[in-house]
Every structure is written in C-alpha cells, then in structure tokens.
Design a protein around this ligand. Structure first.
Ligand SMILES: *Cc1c(COP(=O)(O)O)cnc(C)c1O
Length: 339
C-alpha cells in the first residue's frame, strides 16, 4: 500500500476557472501553473483550464514553459520570471512569451513589459519606448488579499501609466484581484491559487465559490495505546495524561506535511482528529478516541480538511503547503480524476 495518495480533480479546476471568468466580466483568464501547477500537475491543470475558457498559461521559468510547449502543443505560454540569454533563445525557438522587467527588449520574441506599481520586486518604474515585440504591459499586486486602499492605488497608477497603450494587453490582477476588484480586470488576469480552489485570503474557499481540487489521503499504519506518562515522537512533545489511543500515519515533512503542523486537524475515518507530538520526516501521530484498525483512512487535505486551516497552524499560507507536497514514485502517488 502506498504511504499516501494525492488526487487532483480536473472538474474542480474547470469549475473554479468558470467562477473566475464570471468575476472577470469579459477579461481573459490566464491560468498560472508555475511550480508544477502549485503541486497539482501543470500539464493536467493547464489543459483543464484551457478547456474551461482560459486563453493562456503562465509559468515562472523558461524550463517550465518548454515542458508545457512539449505536452500541450500550440498554446499561449507566458514566462513570468527572468530569463538568461540562453533561455531567451530557447523561448524564441519555442514561441514562449517573456516578461521584461529591466528595459532590454530582446528581438524576435513576444514580450510583456512589467511596470512596478508598488510590489517593488520585478518591474520598471517607467515604461520605455515600446518596440513591436511588445504585446502586453503588466504589473503585479502587493496586497490584494489584505489592503484595499493600496490595491486601488496600484490600479490607478497602472491605469494612468498605461493609458496610451490600450492597443496592448494590459494585465495586473492575480486571484485576489480578480475575485474582489472588478476595476483590476483590465484585459486579462493571471490567476493561480483560486484555480486550485484555495483561498487567496486564507479564508474558507467556499466564501468565493471555490472548490479545492486536491485531496491527500493516507491511512493508519500503526495503532497503539499510550499509558499515562508515555509519549510519542521526537522531543516527547506529547505525553499521555490518561490511557490514550494514537495512530501513526506514514507521512511526514519530507512528503510536505510540515513540521509546524502539530496541533492541526486531519480526519480519521471521516472524523476530525488532532495531530499530536512532533511531525517527523516520514511519519506523524494522531490522537484517537478509541482503538481503530490499521488501514483506517486518514484525510490530510480535502473533504473538509482545509489547506487554509493547516496554514494557520503552521504559520504559513495555503500556497506554500500545496506547492510543497512531494508526489512521485517514492512519496505520494498522484491520481487525476474528472468529476
Ligand atoms: C504567481 C503569480 C500570479 C498568481 O498569483 P495567485 O495569487 O496565485 O493568483 C500572478 N502574477 C504573477 C506575476 C505571479 O508571479
């Protein structure tokens, strides 16, 4: 039996894409599938999003773009991150589009010029003279998940700086911008996290009509009774006060179940149960209310277990949790379904 399984539901991806399209009121949806589709599988997610009406895919690196080009054929692919001169040549050969954030526009490759309106990471402070390679002007929000005033300021800066370029594709919104700021839609929005059905606001995704696309399941590999004073795991962080049944789940931080998840809830046979003791590299413990058989299903994510709740416990965001799940022959097996 595998130690754990992740299941990605392409039906959920398509429904989330349609929810975003409705919020965008006519602007294009560009699906962000960097980091292997936030851990969900870039090729599968990209294909599903395009099928539901997205018109381009966005990745972080040229290598990610080349993978999509090989797998999906003639789709529109934008590389959001910087590219070396060798990668610019590869992008040209594969007809990938690049983002330019330092003024030098390479020839023979379609580019989007990035303007800094407040993120202060990549981006130019002023737009240069635009050559015919330039097909888009863009910017990026710093705090569309939490700061409305600053987001509106960025929208206004972008609007005034790009007024003269309405013949180009103008895009600034991420998921949070697309869901909550109709004024930010412009011509296209680059949406990642919402497509996967996770909340950019750290809230319940259902509040924005989103449906988590990923399930992560394992099972109890060992069930034991701790006597009062006995502990489980490194550092003896959980010591039983009374006779306590615990289950050991064969998933740990090497699989992406982070060490900071002590205290979070997973579901054992469908019931919420607390993670106790220190999460180790390949296993963690859950507190049970009774003896249960080895093999009892444990849900780590999905079916009521929210990435946002785990993220709060671990002091991070849902993005980092799902991106960190390690699937592959040695770790979580990956399945794709279409509901
Ligand atoms: C990752 C990224 C996005 C997508 O952000 P989400 O919050 O996941 O929607 C959009 N634009 C750029 C430039 C990005 O790097």
């Amino acid at each position: 039996m595998a130690r754990s399984d992740i299941t990605v539901d392409l039906g959920a991806i398509r429904r989330n894409a349609r929810t975003l399209l409705r919020a965008l009121g006519g602007a294009e949806l560009w699906a962000v599938v960097k980091a292997d589709g936030y851990g969900h599988g870039a090729v599968d997610v990209g294909g599903a999003a395009l099928g539901a009406g997205a018109t381009a895919l966005c990745v972080a690196t040229v290598q990610e773009g080349l993978t999509l080009r090989r797998a999906l054929g003639a789709v529109r692919v934008l590389v959001l991150g910087p590219a070396s001169s060798r990668e610019i040549a590869e992008a040209r050969d594969a007809a990938l589009e690049l983002v330019i954030a330092d003024g030098e526009v390479p020839e023979g490759v379609r580019v989007h010029v990035k303007l800094d309106t407040g993120m202060a990471r990549w981006g130019l402070t002023e737009l240069p003279a635009l050559s015919r390679e330039v097909v888009g002007v863009m910017s990026h929000f710093a705090s569309a998940d939490c700061d409305a005033a600053f987001t509106e300021l960025q929208v206004e800066r972008f609007r005034s700086a790009t007024e003269a370029f309405s013949h180009l594709t103008r895009h600034i919104a991420n998921s949070a911008g697309a869901l909550r700021y109709p004024s930010a839609a412009f011509d296209a929005a680059r949406c990642g996290i919402a497509l996967y059905g996770a909340s950019p606001f750290g809230a319940d995704p259902a509040e924005d009509g989103l449906e988590p696309a990923l399930r992560w399941d394992s099972q109890l590999a060992q069930v034991r009774l701790l006597q009062p004073g006995e502990s489980t795991g490194y550092g003896r962080r959980f010591v039983a006060e009374r006779p306590t049944w615990i289950g050991i789940v064969p998933v740990g931080y090497a699989d992406g179940f982070r060490r900071g998840l002590t205290g979070t809830e997973v579901r054992v046979a469908g019931e919420p149960r607390r993670v106790v003791g220190t999460v180790s590299m390949d296993a963690f413990a859950v507190e049970l209310d009774r003896q249960l058989p080895v093999g009892t299903p444990v849900t780590l994510l999905g079916h009521g277990v929210m990435a946002e709740a785990h993220a709060r416990t671990a002091g991070t965001i849902g993005y980092e949790l799902v991106t960190g799940i390690r699937s592959g022959p040695d770790r979580a097996r990956r399945f794709v379904v279409d509901s």
